[in-house]
Design a protein around this ligand. Sequence first.
Ligand SMILES: [Zn+2]
Length: 103
Amino acid sequence: MKELSDLLISCVKNIDSKDQALDKEEKQLNGRLEQIKKERAQLRERRNRAVNYPEDIRVTTFPICPRCYLKDGFSIKLTPIPGTAETDKSECRQCGYLLEEEV
Ligand SMILES: [Zn+2]
């Protein structure tokens, strides 16, 4: 009878242990799932910004950094920097994007 009792206890302990491992794995997967949802939402926002990229941002005197705008939606004005006789230059102080335009 003791053998049966030991077998049953062992069986239950084994099941409990596997159940706890599955709980842990389930929590990790749920965390990853939440991460995927956030990443996907961010990607969709970026995509929308690219698709709806406003024409006026591209043609103002001091254009807004397209890289920062597309990445985070930030409207950061590009700062004019010394160019050449043929080229006007401006850069983004946030990300270093360099815009070169022929004069
Ligand atoms: Zn930038």
